[in-house]
Ligand binder design. Sequence first.
Ligand code: FSO
Ligand code: SF4
Length: 545
Amino acid sequence: MENKMFCFQCQETAGCKGCTICGVCGKKPEVAAMQDLLVFATKGLSAVTTRLRAEGKAVPAEVNHLVTVNLFITITNANFDREAIVRAIVHTLEVKRGLLTQLADAAALPGAATWDAPQAEFDAKAATVGVLSTANEDIRSLRELIVYGLKGLSAYSKHANALLQDDAEIDAFIQSALAKTLDDSLDAAALTALALETGKFGVQGMALLDKANTSAYGNPEITEVELGVRNRPGILISGHDLRDLEMLLEQSAGQGVDIYTHSEMLPAHYYPAFKKYPHFAGNYGNAWWRQKEEFEKFHGPILMTTNCVVPPAESYKGRLWTTGAVGVPGCNHIDGAYGAVKDFSGIIAQAKGCQPPEQLETGKIVGGFAHEQVFALADKVVAAVKSGAIRKFVVMAGCDGRMKSREYYAEFAAKLPKDVVILTAGCAKYKYNKLPLGDIGGIPRVLDAGQCNDSYSLALIALKLKEVFGLDDINKLPIAFNIAWYEQKAVIVLLALLHLGVKNIHLGPTLPAFLSPNVAKVLVDNFGIAGIGTVDDDIRLFFGE
Ligand code: FSO
Ligand code: SF4
């Protein structure tokens, strides 16, 4: 049967090969087509900006922001709104037209850079520019590995930009790398080097976001987060954008409503700046994939600041609001320029007429173990390692997802030897952060650094331990890596870890479908990347028991 679409960018791709009829995520072929075209148009724009820079001309920050938002729109579970994606393509073409007039030399630009067309031709063009338009499977695999890494990097850059922090070097890299994925003269070796360079900028991007978050909101600190609910109406905020949360907290203060975090917004509670809001009530629910059932029970409005959004049921669609790169047809969308204050009054007004949330669970969870907090505990941690009370750490960062095979991670956490501590970041933690894993001499056995981008903290912690123990190689530390991946932010985290020299990362529940056998072999041979086995086998492999 002929493909209606082709997408294999996330872990849940159909049959671990590719979604060809409709996305497992709910992405329809007509949306997939416009996402493909938006990536193509953004590559074309990037080829033009890269040429402008080569000519010594400045590229405005708005253009950099356009590139990163465009890529963010195409990340898994971010935007299902075809019309919004079409508007992004039209705008990108307009901007590109203006920039092309500034080029002294427009000769030999790639076809994507000079492509322009009215909207009526978008579908026909989209059918020719998707992933499968690169015939050689290894070149295709490497190009997609790079593009997915750049999507993740763009998401993190966008959050930093929202806090008015830019790094022009990162933007120039994103654009030149996008342009290189159009270049047929680059062979597998050149593209492999580019993928690793993407990891270098991944570290820089996460550092930028870390600086943006901590300079705006302080350093995360150990915090107990309430899981229960209060008796007033609530607003649930999901995704990763802390600036959106700040604006919502400000505007809803004293309005008789409470604000709850969901999924990747949980770590917001760890920042000192958000503790001053008495109506910042707690965390509601679990990882993204359980939202249908949980949003139903929340009763109040839900604001999705980023992925992961699941196409909503009719019953709560009217309560689902989107902002930033997120889009769901039929849901309210709130726009806002960089640096501008978004108007969340509609959400707050809706909340006031809603019932309070139905309680899902009670109790508290503890988090806030980002780099500064762990450094503050360094003496205790080092003493516990030296005494043997802590035998090993295992990094179990990454994402959660709906596949049954992910139960592996809950079982793995539960069966870990009692002298092993989990270092985590990202929504993967929901597989085990409510298990009674206890502590080792007051150090919790699950140390949550924050969102997936806070994997940067885990890297800093590892580098600090390397220094304290006087080791010459990060791989000599008593740290194992058993990472769960789902979407493209996990790809940039992986490339960043490879850049930092981390070897023998286990990646699951399945290896990416976009890695061709040859590309997978390069990663296995050079970096010891491996999949997962059974829980018992892997416990034996990592901890020898
Ligand atoms: Fe999860 Fe979704 Fe953070 Fe991702 S909520 S899956 S890697 O968007 O970004 O960990
Ligand atoms: Fe399939 Fe994942 Fe692509 Fe959605 S994002 S269409 S689930 S591969």
